[in-house]
Design a protein around this ligand. Structure first.
Ligand code: SF4
Length: 370
């Protein structure tokens, strides 16, 4: 028997005072009372030489980030009356992203391939980005729906139980990327986002595969997007510090996965090193220096309560008190999971209850979105 807990609907969840408080800015953008961060960033003028060194551009990015965060504390009236500049904080980030692409360090795999020249690293995405689908998603967490969700092709992980393996894994051996996804440039992506807003999206949700290999296209599209809409990063969060710096000020809402409570399980099932250290570092950064409006998705895995679920909950309770958690029970042994007997089943009722009880004991807010 599959254990299911009914989630509150969108209307009910917004009546929850704690949710309203924790997601106050996001709610204000939906209500058109505040301006999305990327628009504020485009009002920060930024004069730079596109041929300058990476070091100098990084220093300038850090300066602009400080300026941005000071501006964000000013009144709405001041922010609303600012003009958008052609050369701005977003264009600086886009330029730097394209420089990183020559020696790709978008994620901590750090393949260092020249994607501008068509070389491919683990994710098998070169300079071009591909979208496999985009639609109004009504299956995301209640405060996020309807979500204008854009699925990018390519992933930097190799999870043996991947439920999206047609997008992230299987095409690598059997198909050409053009057969399963549409190539998209920055202007086309912006048009797509604007169309999703017209259809009723309350956020633009970048997912995949994973959006990380596509940072350059996503940041570039912000130059062309026009809607006052929440930008949402839905990712495994295995970014480098450099690539996180490119988006930290532009994203209004964060939807990270936090799968493993230690590095060993991540290496075994996703083929990546230092997972816990990297994701914990990045989550602290978005909590303390980014918008801090976060829903962390934790997929409860069979036989991984003590080694993964509990250490993650301990970390969230201690380091990320503003975050809300989605304790996900939909793990299914897909793709190659049958080769790993300990995860070759769904989590059982006792395991799910144990995780929820532990979260309760730690005072973690999860029920409205789980
Ligand atoms: S995004 Fe990550 S996996 Fe893809 S090429 Fe860059 S460093 Fe490698």
């Amino acid at each position: 028997m599959v254990f299911r807990i009914l989630r509150p609907d969108s209307e009910t969840v917004w009546k929850n005072d704690i949710i309203r408080k924790r997601f106050a800015r996001y709610r204000s953008i939906i209500d058109d009372k505040e301006i999305a961060r990327y628009i504020v960033a485009k009002s920060i003028e930024c004069d730079f030489d596109i041929n300058d060194s990476i070091k100098n551009l990084e220093n300038l990015l850090a300066e602009k980030s400080k300026e941005f965060n000071l501006l964000l504390n000013k009144s709405n009236e001041i922010i609303e009356n600012r003009q958008i500049h052609n050369m701005n904080y977003v264009s600086l980030a886009e330029n730097l992203a394209n420089k990183y692409l020559e020696n790709c360090i978008f994620c901590e795999r750090q393949c260092k391939v020249n994607r501008i020249k068509g070389e491919k690293g683990f994710c098998l995405i070169s300079n071009d980005s591909y979208v496999s689908s985009a639609f109004l998603h009504t299956g995301e967490e209640a405060p996020l729906i309807p979500s204008g969700t854009i699925f990018f092709q390519g992933c930097n992980f190799g999870c043996v139980f991947c439920q999206n393996y047609d997008i992230s894994q299987s095409w690598k051996n059997t198909k050409k990327i053009e057969d399963i996804a549409r190539k998209i440039d920055t202007i086309q992506l912006a048009n797509l986002a604007d169309r999703l807003v017209e259809k009723g999206a309350i956020n633009i949700n970048y997912v995949g595969g994973d959006p990380i290999p596509n940072i350059h296209t996503i940041v570039g599209s912000l130059q062309h997007q026009t809607s006052n809409i929440t930008q949402l990063w839905n990712s495994n969060f295995y970014l480098t510090e450099e690539s996180l710096s490119l988006i930290i000020d532009f994203m209004d809402f964060w939807l990270p996965d936090f799968k493993y409570g230690n590095n060993n399980c991540a290496e075994k099932y996703s083929g990546i090193t230092s997972y816990y250290d990297v994701v914990a570092r990045n989550l602290k950064k978005i909590h303390n220096a980014g918008s801090g409006e976060i829903i962390i998705r934790h997929l409860i895995m069979p036989n991984h309560i003590e080694c993964c679920s509990k250490p993650i909950l301990d970390f969230v309770a201690k380091e990320l008190p503003k975050a809300v958690m989605n304790l996900m029970q939909q793990f299914r042994p897909e793709y190659k999971a049958s080769q790993y007997p300990e995860i070759n089943r769904r989590p059982n009722l006792q395991e799910i209850q144990k995780v929820r009880k532990y979260a309760d004991e730690l005072g973690i807010l999860y029920e409205p979105v789980s």
